[in-house]
Design a protein around this ligand. Structure first.
Ligand SMILES: Nc1ncnc2c1ncn2[C@@H]1O[C@H](COP(=O)(O)OP(=O)(O)OP(=O)(O)O)[C@@H](O)[C@H]1O
Ligand SMILES: [Mg+2]
Length: 586
């Protein structure tokens, strides 16, 4: 990502770096220019004896001063322009990088599947978006600017020391400076490691904070505020420890760089002084040498700084890459077939276990979902119903020759196109903090009438029209301003509004009363002639008209058939059905 970016944007960086060097030169030149004016004015007012025969007029003197002043203003403008250019080029490019990286990261996050999100917490991901990308941005902006400036200024000062004064003395003085590189390499590694710990502990902290805010009502209602405060304290403390370690490391590193600088100054005084006494260099040269050495102080400090910035940027970049390099657990075959229409699904002896888990969650599942059928899936809690739904949606990696879509192995069918033909309402739904209308359309261009129609079929339109802004009412974060049952029905409308071949509902009416659930499913059936409907539910009454019902227990299909057949069999289904209808009879 970063190399790609630099490859495409090196021109901007080059322009920026050139601008930076230009203003360095201009700035080096200004003092010399001022010096020249002073010398000239001195020359005009106090001409040396050899030039006595030249007659100076005041006009000549004035025009000379004017032209030099113009030079100085010109240079100042050039510095101004140069600064503008490097800011736009270098800092601007780094901002472009940040934006692009966010986009890449966001695309990646949408590509990854439930298994990835099972491992990585939201707050931790968010801190990679914010904190880590900021550190990378700093490396690409301030890092580049400071290192260019420092490298150029140090080379210039050394060249000046050598050419204008004495190379021998210069080489003595810069030897200690070389030892800085050793220090930089050592401390660079330590800073890298420590900063990685800082970012890691910070993302744990922000992850925990994020989760606590989401769960604030639960925390309050269970009166576990103290416990959560303690847990926060523990994470905040870990972060502080890591940060203090960084302070300690930087606290040793920076002064150390300065100490090495002082050694150079000491050598300069000692050796330079001696050379001046011996007449190897002039007194003026000796003074000049020391002022150049003074010019080296900034680049040396800057090196320390830049090492910090670059090491922190690298540590953060690694964390960003960790996300970018995560692969979806379901590998998409590059020449997978795109699905135009979903006709039927066939499952053959499907066994499934989640990655890193020894238990089989599904065992020898055989199932047929045919075009236009109404299929019911029921079963005990944790029997694998939702897992089965996710496998059909290609959210989970399944072996070859187990699930067939239109007769093709699901592994050869493009996942996106498959999901484009299925409207799935998951068990744990989600509403965005937006209007009901937008929650149904999800940003797609769908006419209002169609949305109303879907809400009506889902049996929630009347209630929504009573809200202040009807279907344009905002629902608050995660739909907090709607009741549980209303939320579920809005999510059903979200599925209904889409023109697909299969509707897959995973226990998505558990919060409405049984009569309403039955009615919704009935009106759905009458609306969707020719569409396939798969309903996972705990309410068996809903499935009385189903074409086929599968009964799951502990990952196995233990019974299957129509409602009548299953009732005749007298197994788990009948037992569950009677249990549920007892209440109705009384
Ligand atoms: N992401 C996961 N990683 C590991 N195990 C999982 C994961 N999701 C579910 N399981 C396990 O798989 C089993 C089946 O879960 P599943 O959600 O499919 O059950 P279910 O039939 O939908 O239950 P319910 O009726 O409560 O919705 C459970 O034992 C559960 O612990
Ligand atoms: Mg479930």
């Amino acid at each position: 990502m970063i190399l790609d970016f630099l490859k495409r944007n090196w021109k901007y960086y080059l322009i920026g770096v050139l601008a930076l060097i230009t203003i360095d030169l201009a700035q080096l030149y200004v003092p010399r220019l001022v010096g020249k004016i002073v010398d000239k004015v001195e020359f005009f007012t106090n001409p040396p004896p050899s030039s006595l025969y030249i007659v100076f007029s005041n006009d000549a003197l004035m025009s000379f001063v004017k032209s030099f002043s113009a030079w100085i203003i010109g240079l100042a403008l050039a510095v101004f322009l140069g600064r503008f250019v490097w800011r736009m080029m270098i800092i601007g490019s780094a901002r472009h990088f940040e934006k692009q990286a966010m986009r890449t990261l966001f695309d990646k996050l949408l590509e990854l599947d439930p298994i990835f999100y099972g491992k990585m917490n939201r707050g931790e991901l968010m801190s990679r978006f914010t904190n880590d990308l900021r550190a990378v941005w700093r490396m690409l902006s301030a890092g580049v600017v400071i290192s260019t400036d420092a490298a150029f200024m140090s080379v210039m000062s050394i060249v000046m020391m050598g050419t204008f004064v004495n190379w021998k003395l210069t080489s003595f003085v810069i030897i200690p400076m070389l030892s800085i590189s050793v220090v930089v390499i050592f401390f660079g590694k330590v800073i890298h490691r420590t900063f990685a710990q800082v970012q890691e502990s910070f993302s744990k902290l922000s992850g925990f904070t994020e989760e606590s805010i989401s769960a604030v009502r639960i925390i309050k209602s269970f009166s576990v505020i103290d416990e959560f405060e303690d847990m926060f304290e523990e994470r905040a403390w870990k972060n502080l420890e890591a940060r203090m370690k960084l302070v300690l490391v930087s606290g040793i590193f920076w002064p150390m760089v300065r100490v090495i600088g002082s050694i150079s100054a000491f050598l300069s005084l000692l050796l330079g002084g001696k050379m001046a006494i011996l007449g190897e260099i002039t007194i003026g040269g000796f003074i000049a040498f020391n002022s150049y050495l003074g010019m080296l102080v900034w680049p040396m400090t800057a090196f320390g700084w830049v090492v910090n910035i670059i090491q922190q940027g690298r540590a953060s970049l690694k964390r960003v890459y960790q996300v970018l390099e995560s692969e979806p657990s379901v590998k998409e075959n590059p020449d997978s077939a795109s699905l135009e229409k979903l006709r039927y699904i066939e499952i053959n002896d499907l066994d499934y276990r989640y990655p890193d888990d020894k238990r089989f969650v599904l065992r020898k599942i055989n199932m047929n979902i045919n075009e236009g059928n109404f299929i019911g899936i029921v079963g005990t809690v944790g029997s694998g119903k939702s897992t089965l739904a996710k496998a059909i949606l290609k959210f989970l990696p399944v072996e070859r020759e187990r699930i067939f879509v239109n007769g093709m192995d699901i592994n050869d069918v493009n996942g996106k196109s498959l999901r484009g033909r299925i409207a799935y309402v998951p068990q744990e739904g989600f509403l965005f903090s937006d209007t009901i209308y937008r929650n149904v359309t999800l940003g797609e261009d769908i006419p209002e009438e169609k949305v109303r129609d879907a809400l009506k079929t889902a049996g929630v339109l009347d209630e929504i029209e009573k809200l202040p802004d009807g279907i344009y009412t905002k629902v608050g974060e995660r739909g907090i301003t709607l009741s549980g049952g209303q939320r579920q029905r809005v999510m059903i409308a979200r599925a209904l509004v889409r023109d697909v071949d299969l509707y897959l509902f995973d226990d998505c009416l558990s919060a409405v009363d049984p009569e309403t659930e039955e009615e919704i499913i009935r009106s759905l059936r009458s609306k969707m002639i020719g569409k396939t409907l798969v309903v996972i539910t705990h309410r068996l009454k809903v499935l009385q008209d189903a074409d086929w019902i599968y009964v799951l227990d502990g990952g196995n299909i233990i019974e299957e058939g129509t409602h009548e057949e299953l009732m005749k069999r007298g197994g788990l289904y009948k037992e569950m059905f009677l249990h549920q209808t007892v209440g109705d009879a009384v």
